[in-house]
Ligand binder design. Structure first.
Ligand code: NAD
Length: 441
């Protein structure tokens, strides 16, 4: 079986590599020549644990190929996955120009029956637009070639993407014909040996399922952040509240951690996009509008705590940041809370010195010389007036507090991820601000 995957970013590359691992022949396509050159030379352009090994293995076995030519990738392919970006448009809706551009090109090159599967996160009605775009190109070519569209949203998490793809909780597929269903069943059979289901449904439901999943997760986070803020006012501890509710199986213990706000390439843009789609149908998603507002405020929370501590005078203060990526195990900084905090600190005249285990290159690309970078977490603390922890990388969890004390000007930590015990910080006599818990001052 031959498959084409268009877009070789987080989703496309992981999809292509994992499908190849199951034995099929996959060609990954991208318009970014630099990315394809790197991949051809065995260089993985993103940080994703386990990905390099799978890519290497399947390239060596002649099952995984990279090209900039969509036409070449479609030769003999029974299925083509569209996994290009769907960034937010100016009004917050998902910008479909890449998806529809690819669809149009697919129509220019397919030679035989093909299933055209949208894996990118796209609003309801996109499959119909993809179908029209392919059809339009076929008409222009005067070609009578059968094809189907399908929707197969991706639920992988950056940082655990390989595991999520190889052993998914479920696979959601929206189909319009038995023929496409049977091809997709063959593609995915090796990945549901764990007994987890492939859930087939109509295409609009599949498209909406993806947004609903991300919107629900974002809602859980904002809800807990809102409660955390109440905790600070009334003197409760969000950690205790979380444990108290998380043991209720109806609620569950995942995604209920308070923190510095959600970021990343998916939640912010998908929440915006579903709000926009719904508005277009004259249905206002009030809960999600609040989820967004709460998150925007939450991303400023740590900055506000720093500013309050220094009585609003941050001019010339040197603030060390641990963690830049939007979450651990990724170098992705899209919509990362660190970006908001850095921008606010700079605006207030502070100097920022930052360390992240893997996102340094990405940070340099985004921020240039606006901040200082160090290669060691402790180097960030030299002569710094405070430490702010923005990403909960595991290496920050049990640091050498004595060493930290000897390097910082003042024993003070602003913890955006609640990674230290209050009792321990109290005992060690640190000033310690976290989220939804009492400040130790
Ligand atoms: P990405 O930006 O990492 O990758 C997209 C790739 O598509 C880029 O390499 C880009 O060069 C390429 N591209 C753009 N136009 C192209 C074209 N015409 N032909 C070939 N390649 C083209 O994006 P991503 O994070 O992989 O996300 C892709 C989609 O998957 C988005 O809709 C996203 O919402 C969704 N998604 C992402 C994640 C995630 O964790 N990143 C998870 C689930 C779903």
């Amino acid at each position: 079986m031959k498959i084409s995957v268009v877009g070789s970013g987080y989703v496309g590359l992981v999809t292509g590599a994992c499908l190849a691992e199951s034995g099929v022949t996959v060609t990954c396509v991208d318009v970014d020549e630099n990315k394809i050159d790197k991949l051809k030379n065995g260089v993985i352009p993103i940080y994703e644990p386990g990905l390099e090994q799978i890519v290497e293995n399947n390239v060596a076995k002649n099952r995984l190929f990279f090209t900039t030519s969509l036409e070449e990738s479609l030769k003999g392919a029974e299925a083509v996955f569209i996994a290009v970006g769907t960034p937010p448009d100016e009004d917050g809706s998902a910008d479909l120009k890449y998806v529809l551009g690819v669809a149009k090109e697919i129509g220019q090159y397919i030679e035989d029956y093909t299933v055209v599967i949208t894996k990118s996160t796209v609003p309801i009605g996109t499959a119909i637009k993809v179908k029209a775009a392919v059809q339009e190109s076929l008409i222009t070519r005067n070609a009578d070639i059968d094809f189907d569209v399908a929707s197969n949203p991706e639920f992988l998490k950056e940082g655990a993407a390989i595991d999520d793809f190889m052993k998914p909780d479920r696979i959601v597929i929206g189909v319009e014909s038995e023929k496409s269903k049977s091809i997709l069943s063959r593609v995915y059979k090796p990945f549901v040996m764990n007994g987890h289901p492939i859930i087939y449904m109509d295409i609009p439901s599949a498209e909406l399922t993806k947004y609903t999943a991300n919107a629900m997760l974002a809602t859980k986070i904002s809800f807990m952040n809102d409660i955390a803020n109440l905790c600070e006012i009334v003197g409760a501890d969000i950690g205790m509240v979380r444990k108290g509710i998380g043991s209720d199986t109806r609620i569950g213990n995942k995604f209920i951690y308070a923190g510095a706000g959600y970021g990343g390439s998916c939640f912010p843009k998908d929440v915006k996009a579903i709000i926009k789609t719904s508005d277009e149908y004259n249905h206002s998603l009030e809960i999600l509008k609040s989820v967004e507002d709460v998150n925007d405020r939450q991303k400023e929370k740590i900055y506000n705590k720093i500013s309050n501590h220094f009585n609003g005078n941050l001019k010339g203060k040197r603030i060390a940041l641990w963690g830049l990526s939007f979450k651990p195990n990724t170098d992705d900084m899209r919509e990362a809370p660190a970006l908001t905090i850095i921008s606010k600190l700079k605006e207030a005249g502070a100097n920022v010195v930052a360390y992240d285990p893997v996102a340094m290159e990405e940070a340099k690309r985004r921020l240039g010389d606006a901040i200082e970078y160090v290669d060691d977490q402790y180097d960030a603390l030299k002569n710094a007036d405070a430490l702010a922890i923005i990403t909960e990388w595991i290496e920050f969890r049990t640091p050498d507090f004595n060493k930290m004390e000897s390097l910082l000007n003042e024993k003070i930590i602003f913890d955006g991820r609640n990674i230290y015990d209050l009792e321990e910080m109290q005992e060690k006599e640190w000033k310690y601000y976290s989220i939804g818990r009492k400040a130790i001052i």
